[in-house]
Design a protein around this ligand. Structure first.
Ligand code: SF4
Length: 325
């Protein structure tokens, strides 16, 4: 029995590609990669829905190395889609070997994306991944050069498809045939395509040559400020932000809370915390709390298990705007 490994985003095209191959009685294992910028939730739900096994792997170190200088540059935001595809295919190729699989499946559709899915881009991505002879795109296979497994008869090319372009009609019909009723919307899920996240990420790169992995996760929550000394301050916008920031906080960070009024959780992550940044963090805490703007408020600051009270006035709106990232 032939075996294939499917690079699986969890989107409809990746579900259909994996199912199409599995329907030829080929053993299909899906693989999904995670990083601070995308997770595996979509892939987990989709793999369960089509009843195929899923391997999840965190590729953060390799991903960050690539993100600092992607050979093929960025898309509209900080999304290095071409290099991202190449990296994921390269790692999938290594998995193919270790699992003893015969080929790799992707859900790519010829002409669906103007930059990364032209015939030339697909070929270039495959070549750079080092797995060109092993990458099967079942949804468009009949429009592409046969791969090794097709020529060796490990998969029947006549049962593969010739879908191209941005339309979704063929995919909808196929989903119906396979009984796939739950699938996520086509776009979304990658923070590197989000303009606000991109702004914060650029700012992080401008201030830190070697950010820690936690710094990337912190970019997802709260309002972000940078003091003139270069210290980052993060102010939770709601309960969810507050809880997520607390989970990411370290004992060495400074955490601020209001004492007498409802207010945000404010985090000043190490390194670089200084007295001036703590005072600004307290004033920000007061600014985004229910305390009156014009009277003194008390903020509790905690660091290394010790807490102290700081009296402050809410930071002026103009100063908030000036420091906000
Ligand atoms: S959108 Fe994000 S995850 Fe998808 S290819 Fe681009 S960089 Fe990679």
């Amino acid at each position: 029995m032939s075996k294939a490994i499917a690079l699986f985003s969890g989107g409809l095209d990746s579900m259909l590609a994996a199912k199409l191959v599995a329907s030829q009685n080929i053993d299909v294992v899906c693989v999904n990669f995670t990083s601070p910028f995308f997770d595996s939730k979509k892939a987990e739900a989709s793999a369960k829905h089509i009843n195929l096994p899923l391997i999840i792997e965190d590729i953060t170190p390799d991903y960050l190395k690539m993100l600092h200088s992607p050979r093929y540059g960025f898309g509209k935001n900080m999304n290095p889609c071409i290099d991202c595809h190449i990296l994921m295919l390269k790692i999938t190729g290594q998995k193919m070997e270790s699992l003893g699989a015969d080929f790799i499946i992707t859900g790519e559709v010829l002409g669906q994306r103007p930059m990364s899915q032209t015939k030339q881009s697909l070929n270039m991505i495959a070549k750079n991944s080092g797995c060109a002879d092993y990458i099967l795109r079942p949804l468009s296979a009949q429009l592409l050069t046969p791969i090794k497994a097709e020529m060796e008869g490990k998969i029947d090319r006549s049962m593969l498809l010739s879908i191209s372009g941005r339309g979704r009609k063929d995919q909808m019909r196929l989903a119906k045939e396979f009984g796939i009723t739950n699938y996520p919307p086509p776009a979304g899920g990658c923070l590197l395509t989000d303009p606000m996240f991109t702004r914060r990420l650029r700012e992080l790169f401008a201030h830190s040559r070697n950010p820690e992995i936690r710094d990337y996760h912190l970019l997802k929550y709260g309002r972000h400020f940078r003091t003139q000394d270069g210290v980052k301050i993060i102010v939770g916008r709601n309960n969810r932000d507050n809880e997520e920031l607390k989970k990411l906080a370290d004992n060495k960070d400074v955490a601020c809370n209001m004492t007498d009024f409802p207010g945000p959780y404010v985090l000043v992550p190490e390194p670089g915390v200084n007295v001036s940044s703590i005072n600004i963090a307290c004033a920000l805490c007061a600014r985004y709390s229910d305390a009156p703007d014009d009277s003194e408020a008390t903020v509790i600051c905690q660091q290394n298990g010790k807490s102290s009270k700081v009296k402050c006035i809410a930071l002026f709106k103009e100063d908030c705007e000036r420091l906000m990232i």
